[in-house]
Structure formats: C-alpha cells, structure tokens
Write a new protein. Structure first.
Length: 117
C-alpha cells in the first residue's frame, strides 16, 4: 500500500501559512538559544558531592566536598566548606593529608593558596 501526498496552493490566502512557518521556527530557535544563555552557574545545587577517583602516587583517591548550611543563599553570614581526601576503595579519610586550596571567581583569585593539613 502506497500513500501519496500532494500539496496544492489555491490562491493568495494560502500563501500566508507558508510564510509563517519560518517565523515559528525563528521564534522557537530564539527561545531555545536564550535558555542556554540565561545562567552561567556551575554545580548541581547540592551541598555535598564526591568527585570521581584520581590516582595520586599508587593510591586511588577521591575528594568529598560538603557545606554547612545545606542550602546556600545570600541571607546568612557564613558558610563552612568541608573537604576530605579519601581512599576511593575504602571510603576512609586519608590521615595527615595536606591540601592546597585556592578559590577563583572568573580569572580573579578570591583567596589562596591556603595550605591545610
């Protein structure tokens, strides 16, 4: 069974719907592109995360990052960040680990490097 579709133009009143299709396409394209340009924030919004494992020396390690309070907004004075370097296979903290921490906003250093043992 074959189906054939024929398009016919029956006068000038039907031409307007062919002109409107590119307009609809442009409107949808502008909306879709603007959704990607609205926010440049990074992160998943959660107050804790465990990064994928990395090999340091002969030990596979991961970094756990947490914050207190759980939800961070502009209405409170302070936020505590907890960084724990852990053995990826046992999920136990690595004792006596020394971390060098820097924070950047764009290209500008907010603080750092700060050495924490």
């Amino acid at each position: 069974m074959k189906i054939r579709v024929y398009l016919e133009s029956r006068g000038s009143h039907d031409k307007s719907r062919y002109v409107m299709k590119p307009v609809y396409f442009l409107v949808i394209l502008v909306i879709a592109v603007s959704l990607f340009l609205v926010s440049k924030a990074q992160g998943d919004g959660l107050a804790s995360e465990i990064l994928p494992p990395s090999l340091i020396g002969n030990t596979n390690v991961t970094l756990s990052i947490g914050s207190i309070p759980f939800l961070i907004d502009n209405n409170h004075a302070g936020t505590q960040l907890n960084l724990v370097l852990m053995d990826a296979s046992t999920q136990q903290p690595i004792p006596d680990a020394t971390l060098a921490i820097s924070a950047f906003k764009g290209q500008d250093a907010v603080f750092g490097p700060h050495i924490q043992k």
